[in-house]
Design a protein around this ligand. Structure first.
Ligand code: ADP
Ligand code: MG
Length: 218
């Protein structure tokens, strides 16, 4: 599902370089672990096609992302990937349901029909947010917002789910239930999961552990 061959990447500001060779199979659940500043988010952004490597090749499901232009990378990201970010950038003035439906509005090839709306509500129900579906998200707790973010990542039925420390800002119990949900939904969809974390206690839940240390992926 993911193939990174002989990648090198550096930010324009210099001082940090990431090198990686990595392949992750379809349906695999991989954790990426490493200390803060080691390059985990940079690696995830290279996989998502948000960043492009200076050297090497990134392929997702057989498609060479690193050779595509911005528009094609964005289209691929919207159609095949679900992204859960650390800060969960929800749109504060929209309802939980409209936040979940956002990827469908951004991607014109996805229909925003009744079935999709029902699917959004079904996802919100799965995460215990039926009653909050119509409520503006600025009034939701951090844990609730995180669950909305997980639903949003899954609305397009992505084959690849990329999560950047999705539980880092949650207390222990909320973090565990958010992770349980993410894992369950990913399994139900037969999707591939790449999740970043610096929490070693989560590792037994994954099929695979990728280590990042000072920009070196192993
Ligand atoms: P992690 O997610 O493991 O904490 P990051 O991938 O965010 O690590 O960062 C790796 C290194 O790259 C750090 O030294 C960080 O300061 C630097 N970095 C991250 N984002 C940028 C950016 N947009 N521009 C310049 N340097 C960055
Ligand atoms: Mg990070």
């Amino acid at each position: 599902m993911i193939e990174l061959s002989d990648i090198a990447f550096a930010y324009d500001t210099g001082g940090f370089e990431l090198t990686a060779a990595l392949s992750i199979a379809k349906g695999e659940k991989a954790a990426v672990i490493g200390p803060s500043g080691s390059g985990k988010t940079t690696l995830l952004h290279l996989i998502a096609g948000i960043l492009v490597p200076a050297r090497g090749k990134v392929a997702i499901d057989g498609q060479t992302v690193s050779a595509m232009n911005d528009k094609a990378r964005r289209r691929l990201r919207l159609s095949t990937m679900g992204l859960v970010f650390q800060g969960i950038e929800l749109v504060d003035y929209l309802s939980a349901r409209d936040n979940v439906l956002l990827p469908c509005r951004l991607n014109r090839s996805l229909r925003l029909d009744r079935k999709t709306r029902e699917r959004a509500d079904a996802l919100l129900e799965r995460v215990g947010l039926s009653e909050a579906a119509g409520r503006v998200v600025s009034g939701l707790s951090q844990g609730e917002r995180q669950r909305v973010g997980i639903c949003r990542a899954l609305i397009t039925k992505p084959t690849l789910v990329l999560a950047d420390e999705p539980t880092a800002s949650l207390d222990n119990d909320t973090a565990t239930s958010a992770l349980d949900l993410l894992m369950q939904l990913v399994e139900e969809h037969g999707a591939t999961l790449v999740m970043l974390t610096h929490d070693k206690s989560l590792l037994p839940r994954f099929d695979r552990v990728v280590h990042v240390e000072k920009g070196v992926v192993s």
